[in-house]
Design a protein around this ligand. Structure first.
Ligand SMILES: NC(=O)N[C@@H](CC(=O)O)C(=O)O
Ligand SMILES: [Zn+2]
Ligand SMILES: [Zn+2]
Length: 324
């Protein structure tokens, strides 16, 4: 049996309407809280939309704290002061780089005044860090942007989301104010799982899963319990129809804790840090405590959840979440 105290998913996509209602139980049954991403259409980028989205989440969940993000744009100081207590962070998407990011930032310099105010008000910055270069180089190339941001805003906490390359792992000890989230899929999969056999569109996401060397570096840093490394699933549901048209994102929510329990293989202290303590300490999160228990009973990942095919559909795990 493994008892986790107040697990937090630091990067989650819930969507809206029926899709949200279908997928959200998989999160509130495994997590006390989650950072909810704002890349809806249109994006969550003002107080009104933020409040109505948070209400929709609260109405469809139990015993769960949504930590809301808003979509980066050229906010005024008044807007940020007004949003500050309702948000966890502001999410920066380079324009067009991932799902629903068309309204993103065209040039980072455009939002320097916003970053200045965020630094002053203590609002963290969350970043999808990819250039529009060659697909396997996009994240590595973005490292210079992360380093410039870290130097230009030394008091701004910057989260490098869903890191997928060893290059970014190396930045964590170079800059005090850089943090990272790691997904389940980047921890366990490589390009072989996407294109090594028959093409598997269900394993397609951005940033794309990478080489064994990258995956091994992620496994190593996560197993080390590094304080700046936090779990963020990037669970990103798309209908099976849209996946077959090329939509990027894996719906990993149904398998997260059983798969991580196997990954940590008895090192429950490090599991606890990765799934909760590091995030709570790095960001002084004050979330009502919630225990989630894993028992040694077989769990079979569902084949479908509504219109969505989950990661590892049909796979057997040796742990299951109690009472779920
Ligand atoms: N990761 C993905 O491939 N897709 C995410 C967006 C994102 O986090 O980049 C989505 O919203 O579908
Ligand atoms: Zn992203
Ligand atoms: Zn995401």
């Amino acid at each position: 049996m493994i008892t986790l105290n107040t697990p937090i998913d630091m990067h989650l996509h819930l969507r809206e309407g029926k899709m949200l209602r279908d997928v959200i139980p998989y999160t509130y049954n495994q997590f006390a809280a989650a950072v909810v991403m704002p890349n809806l259409v249109p994006p969550v980028d003002n107080k009104e939309r933020l409040e109505s989205y948070r209400d929709e989440i609260l109405q469809n969940s139990e015993n769960f704290t949504p930590l809301m993000n808003v979509f980066m744009r050229e906010y005024t100081k008044e807007e940020l002061e007004d949003l500050k207590n309702d948000i966890f962070a502001i999410k920066l998407y380079p324009a067009g780089i991932t799902t629903n990011s068309e309204a993103g930032v065209k040039s980072i310099e455009n939002v320097y005044p916003v970053l200045e105010i965020m630094q002053e008000l203590g609002i963290p910055l969350s970043v999808h860090g990819e250039t529009n270069g060659f697909v396997l180089d996009r994240e590595r190339e973005f490292a210079v942007v992360y380093e410039k941001l870290a130097r230009d805003f030394p008091n701004l906490k910057i989260i490098m989301e869903h890191i997928s390359t060893y290059n970014l792992v190396d930045l964590l000890d170079k800059h005090d104010n850089l943090y990272a989230t790691v997904t389940l899929h980047h921890l366990l999969l490589t390009l072989d799982d996407l294109i090594g056999g028959a093409l598997n569109p269900h394993n397609f996401c951005k940033p794309v899963v990478k080489t064994p060397k990258d995956r091994d570096a992620l496994q190593e840093i996560v197993r080390s319990g590094h304080k700046k490394v936090m779990f963020g699933s990037d669970s990103a549901p798309h209908s099976i129809e849209n996946k077959l048209k090329g939509a990027a994102g894996l719906f990993s929510a149904p398998v997260i804790l059983p798969a991580l329990a196997e990954f940590f293989d008895g090192d429950n202290d490090t599991f606890q840090k990765f799934i909760s303590d590091n995030a709570r300490e790095n960001f002084d999160l004050n979330i009502p405590e919630k225990e989630v228990v894993l028992v040694e009973e077989e769990y079979i990942a569902p084949q479908m959840v509504g219109e969505v095919k989950p990661m590892f559909a049909g796979k057997r795990f040796s742990y299951s979440v109690k009472n779920f």
